[in-house]
Structure formats: structure tokens, C-alpha cells
Ligand binder design. Structure first.
Ligand code: 8X3
Length: 247
């Protein structure tokens, strides 16, 4: 029997890799898309999926991804993205802002646009990885907060524009997730700063927790659209209000 097809961007690590694994368990054939060829090749082999090298900021790569996917796509998980820097707006690194906007926002739009005909054909579903940083601003959120507010706007606009099409559109907005590289990337490889994000927090969310959310959204009956799912660890009442037990 033909398996439903899912495409996961940013599948080489963290939430993307966990989502690819979980969707395979749920019965999807998963196209693992990311820049790091060796990682997605290993993941695809592990889960019986396919690996497509794709930098979502490259028009050629996105076109090649759409070609590879073909005319059918049941689920697109726009997960590629990340944070760079935590400077106040007054001291913004504009190159970091541009890079984040390219990946987190334009990348989502580019991949969605390229796969939309296949999603319509398959009466599929689009899941976009937003963030609690796109719901409420916080100091030092800077360019990341701005991109995730933009992602939220893209999701809401898309859902309105697809109102007469058989495609569902959902934003999943995670709070504190302790994933492989999120904080380390944000702080330019500074391990101490990255670890401080999670200091004293008993149980930050894991990538698997978010994969579980994606799987739940993806397995609702076709008439059920989950607009937005905001998920945080119990210890995080708000982005800036985190319960920490520090020794
Ligand atoms: C990650 C959530 O709190 O680091 O998307 O901005 S936060």
C-alpha cells in the first residue's frame, strides 16, 4: 500500500529529525530535507525514507526538492529555521537579522509555494514550526522574535487564502525546547551561554515532545484544522518567567 508522503525541512537534527522519525512510525514515507547530506542520508536509511539535500534559501534547491517530491504531498513540515544572537534591538547585528529572515520566513514561503500544487492534489496539510517567540516579544529576542511573528502572519494569511482549497494549515509554537543545537547556534557556539538558557529547569521540552505534537496534528481527520498549538514545558509560564531550581 502506498504510504502518505511527508516532507520535513531542517530534518538533519533536533525537532526536524525527531519529527521525521515519528512520522515514519505513523506510517508516512518521509522526505528528509536539509543541508547536511550525510546526516539526512543516515536518517533516511534508518526510517525507510528519502534524503534530499536542500538549503531552503536556495531557489534551485527548493525547485529540486519539489521535483523530487513529485505530484503528491500529504504533509509539509516547514521546520528549517533557527535563532542567531540575543542582542537588544539597539545593538542588532543586521546580517544576523537578514540571515534569520531568509531562512525562517522566506524559506517557509519558498518551500510552501513550491509544494502547494502537490499539497492541493493530495488534500494535504502544512505544518509550520513557529515559536512562542512569535506570540509575545521578549527582551533580547531581537531578530528571532521578529521572524517568528512574521511566520505567524504567514500561516494566518495562508489559511485565509486557502479557505476554498482542501489544504489545512497549522502553526506549532514551541516554548523552551532543549534540542541539539538551537541555543548553541543562537550564541555562536558559546556552550556556557547556551547551557545557561536551561539552567535549573527540571524538564525543558524535548525534540520528541514537539514531534509528538506534529504527529497528533498530522493524524487528525481531514476536516479538522488545528490552527495553532502553543506548547511549553510546565516550568515555563511565559518566555521570561521560568521556574529554575539553582543550587
Ligand atoms: C524557541 C523559544 O523561548 O527560545 O523558539 O524564544 S525561545
Amino acid at each position: 500500500m502506498t504510504r502518505p508522503l511527508a516532507v520535513v525541512t531542517g530534518a538533519s537534527s533536533g525537532i526536524g529529525a525527531a519529527t521525521a522519525r515519528r512520522l515514519a512510525v505513523e506510517g508516512f514515507e518521509v522526505v528528509c530535507a536539509a543541508r547536511r547530506a550525510d546526516r539526512i542520508a543516515a536518517l533516511a536509511a534508518e526510517i525507510g525514507g528519502r534524503a534530499v539535500v536542500c538549503d531552503v534559501t536556495s531557489a534551485d534547491d527548493v525547485a529540486a526538492l519539489a521535483d523530487d517530491v513529485g505530484g503528491r504531498c500529504d504533509l509539509l513540515v516547514n521546520n528549517a529555521g533557527g535563532a542567531l544572537g540575543a542582542d537588544p534591538v539597539a545593538r542588532s547585528d543586521l546580517d544576523q537579522w537578514r540571515s534569520m529572515y531568509e531562512v525562517n520566513v522566506i524559506g517557509v514561503v519558498a518551500v510552501t509555494k513550491a509544494l502547494l500544487p502537490s499539497l492541493v492534489t493530495s488534500q494535504g496539510q502544512i505544518v509550520v514550526m513557529g515559536s512562542t517567540a512569535g506570540q509575545v516579544a521578549y527582551e533580547g529576542g531581537g531578530g528571532y522574535v521578529a521572524t517568528k511573528f512574521a511566520v505567524r502572519a504567514v500561516v494566518d494569511t495562508l489559511r485565509l487564502e486557502l479557505w476554498d482549497q482542501p489544504v489545512r494549515v497549522c502553526e506549532i509554537a514551541p516554548g523552551m525546547v532543549r534540542s541539539e543545537g538551537f541555543a548553541l547556534t543562537r550564541f555562536g557556539g558559546d556552550r556556557a551561554k547556551a547551557d545557561a538558557v536551561y539552567a535549573g529547569v527540571a524538564q525543558p521540552l524535548t525534540s520528541e515532545d514537539i514531534a509528538d505534537c506534529v504527529a497528533w496534528v498530522a493524524t487528525r481527520p481531514p476536516h479538522v484544522n488545528i490552527d495553532r498549538m502553543i506548547v511549553r514545558p510546565r516550568a515555563q509560564a511565559a518566555n521570561h518567567k521560568v521556574y529554575r531550581v539553582l543550587g
